[in-house]
Design a protein around this ligand. Sequence first.
Ligand SMILES: [Zn+2]
Length: 95
Amino acid sequence: MVSFDAGTLPLSIAVKKTYAGYGKGYPCSGCDATVLPSQVEYEVETNGPTLRFHIGCHGLWKGERIRRDRRRVTETRSVRYVCARSRRAPVDKRS
Ligand SMILES: [Zn+2]
């Protein structure tokens, strides 16, 4: 995945619609290789550029987006946990 390695592939982008069809000769947004007419192409409409992937590259990109979202949720939970503890701290001091 050339674009993944280079960090140029958007991960936090809003996906509007995803279409599946056969390649039309456009380069894959993940690996830069041409998606051939004999290969399945995933065309992803976003709030930014339209992305086109091989089926495998789309899976990797999707997985990476899910992994990033889970990491963000975990970070949010740990922040909440810290806030809950700091709220409890003044109560402990009074007793
Ligand atoms: Zn690809």
